[in-house]
Design a protein around this ligand. Sequence first.
Ligand SMILES: [Zn+2]
Length: 203
Amino acid sequence: MKKQGKLIVHTGSMFSGKTTSLWRELYRMRIANYKIAAFKPAIDNRDDDKKIVSHDNLELDAIKVENLNDVLDYATKHELDAIGIDEVQFFPNDPTEVIDIFNELMAKNITIVVSGLDMDYKTRPFEIIKEIMPIADELTKHHAICASCGEDAWASYRKSTDESRIQIGSKDKYEPLCRECYNQMMSERENTKNQISLEELGE
Ligand SMILES: [Zn+2]
């Protein structure tokens, strides 16, 4: 049976279960005898080289690639039915190029299951996710639990004051917070920063 290609997107904050959902989706396809492969960006060095490991330690063999063109080449060459792409926001491709690649994959009847962060630690949207959400066939926004109050989390709060946009880490570096707790933490941090700079000025 020829299956039509679709785009399935799992997004949300860190620890929201995105990778677990990606894994579950691919696992079902494997049972249905789809020819599948999973990919992750070469930059993601948290775990084992060849595996996608979710925070609850479900494992899936994954191929590390530099960019999404490699995914297109691999999927075409191996005549895959479906692919999984973890941490899509870390790929260096331009968002319009991503759309072209995804459309080409789907035109070949390859289903794409994507997992990616919706926002960075400053709650600025990741461009790739912003571009692919409207063209998705299925879209799920996942929520972790706020580490501070237990509400649905909204953002990935970075515990350190490191300012680089991409800082690979897990619970050592991030915690999920709801909107209210996140905003409170950020304003407290801003106040501390202002206080320090006033002290430096000798005020
Ligand atoms: Zn909260």
